[in-house]
Ligand binder design. Structure first.
Ligand SMILES: Cc1cc2nc3c(=O)[nH]c(=O)nc-3n(C[C@H](O)[C@H](O)[C@H](O)COP(=O)(O)OP(=O)(O)OC[C@H]3O[C@@H](n4cnc5c(N)ncnc54)[C@H](O)[C@@H]3O)c2cc1C
Length: 440
């Protein structure tokens, strides 16, 4: 009888594991996720900054498993506990037994215990987060447009991004472009150049700490040239409803904070009894199994693996290679062969700062600027799942880059609408019944 393999997590690692096990008669596979879609997280910031529709970076897991053949099925469920002793997963709906388990649940936001982050800051991990953040930012512009006094407007027009890694830099750059090219057209009520501030805070002395110094400097200078204020060696000590507190410095008055400063494993992995390292990651064996649990693999961001003395980073290519490896290693063992240890084939990394500006450290080539940007776009299109998604993203990018148009400027969430300030004298007056809107 076929072994029952359960994969928890339909992210980059989970779907590669499922693909490796597809059409193999020795295994019957259940892919479980709490969401019914695979999410292309690297483009989440573009949903948050109104470049892309949320649907274009997500793909239904049920469509995906159809490609994998009849031995792979999908179950929508949130696993709340791993009962390794009895080889079952606990979910609110049912207990799911397994012969082999591949854990690929990804990371959650880490606020390092900073007060107020949970209550007042936005995060960028999921589609909901991106739509919430976009709605809140657009609502902040609407609120500012109601106020006549630039000082009162200031806290609505200051956007603070905490964390100078890929998410923070990419988001800050994309938001600055939205402001420069689109908000400036949309809101004649205020002077965008003078009044809108995007501040990127980083606790370390450089942005993009995973890159070399010239790339870090290029990134900082490029962001500053675009209009982003970059503050290095700046530690946030708290977030409140209307300001960010800075250790040893004045607070920044703001109504919009993105917390992109760190990650850690989810409560499910936290509660799983296994050796842990940085960010709560599971220290796996060389074949990616959990120590003392040869039938349980941990892959993707949740796995702690060192290679050449360095921890493998939480990146999509690492997760994909680990997922594929776990599927293949599991099959090899079922066929009586011992797999070679996992080795990450590092083909490099890249990140984007803004229009025509990216950094790429690929196959030994260190490229910056437009060439890196074109490479970045090509690679992201290639790795997106689904032809329709690729087409949709290409069309949106073309409109954005050629016509400076981002049509997804939609407020879809109720972001404290009831707190809309009263329109002040001198700001755009309220419309009389039947009156047509006229730009000032
Ligand atoms: C905003 C952002 C930007 C990024 N940009 C880049 C980039 O430019 N380049 C790059 O290489 N990497 C980037 N990354 C990192 C990359 O996305 C991760 O390394 C990758 O997603 C890790 O894959 P994974 O399979 O381990 O986890 P994920 O892709 O996070 O997948 C985990 C899956 O598990 C599911 N899940 C979690 N808990 C449960 C549970 N209890 N029960 C059921 N299902 C569960 C989740 O719903 C999710 O579908 C970015 C990440 C973020 C958040």
């Amino acid at each position: 009888m076929a072994e029952h393999v359960v994969i928890v997590g339909g992210g980059f690692a989970g779907i590669k594991a499922a693909e490796a096990l597809a059409h193999q008669k020795e295994v019957s596979v259940t892919l479980i996720d709490r969401q019914n879609y695979h999410l292309f997280q690297p483009l989440l910031y573009q949903v948050a900054t109104a470049s892309l529709e949320q649907e274009s970076i997500a793909y239904p897991l049920r469509s995906l498993v159809q490609r994998f053949g009849s031995n792979v099925r999908f179950r929508l469920a949130e696993v709340t506990r791993i009962d390794a002793e009895n080889k079952q997963l606990i979910t609110p709906q049912a207990n799911i037994p397994f012969d082999k388990l591949i854990l690929a649940t990804g990371m959650a936001t880490n606020d390092y215990g900073t007060p107020g982050v949970d209550a007042y800051a936005y995060e960028l991990k999921d589609l909901d987060d991106a739509v919430d953040l976009r709605s809140h930012m657009l609502m902040a512009f609407e609120k500012a447009a109601m106020l006549d006094n630039p000082e009162a407007r200031s806290e609505w027009l200051t956007f603070v991004v905490v964390g100078g890694g890929a998410t923070g830099v990419e988001f800050a750059g994309a938001l600055q472009e939205l402001v420069t090219h689109i908000v400036s057209r949309d809101y004649p009520e205020f002077d965008v150049q003078e009044e809108v501030h995007i501040v990127l805070l980083e606790a370390m002395d450089a942005l993009f700490t995973g890159y070399d110094e010239p790339n870090q400097e290029f990134t900082r200078k490029r962001l500053e040239k675009m209009g982003v204020e970059v503050r290095l060696n700046t530690m946030v000590s708290g977030v409140e409803a209307d300001r960010v507190l800075i250790k040893g410095d004045d607070p920044i008055a703001t109504r919009c904070v993105l917390w992109a400063a760190g990650v850690r494993v989810t409560p499910l992995v936290e509660s799983f009894d296994a050796p842990k390292a940085r960010q709560g990651r599971i220290v796996v064996t060389p074949t990616l199994t959990v120590p003392d649990h040869p039938d349980i693999y941990a892959v993707g961001d949740i796995a702690y693996v060192e290679q050449d003395g360095q921890m493998l980073p939480g990146m999509a290519p690492v997760a994909m290679q680990m997922g594929r490896y776990a599927g293949e290693a599991l099959l090899a063992r079922l066929r009586g062969k011992e797999p070679e240890p996992f080795h990450y084939a590092d083909r490099g990394k890249m990140a984007v700062i803004g229009r025509g500006a990216a950094i790429a450290d690929v196959l030994g080539l260190n490229v910056r600027g437009v060439i890196a940007w074109l490479m970045w776009m090509g690679l992201h299109i290639y790795f997106l799942i689904g032809f329709q998604n690729r087409l949709q993203v290409m069309i949106n990018w073309a409109f954005d880059y050629i016509f400076f148009e981002r049509k997804v400027r939609l407020i879809l969430r109720d972001t404290e609408t009831d707190e809309m300030p009263a329109i002040e004298d001198g700001a755009t007056p309220p419309l009389e019944e039947g009156e047509v809107v006229a730009a000032r």
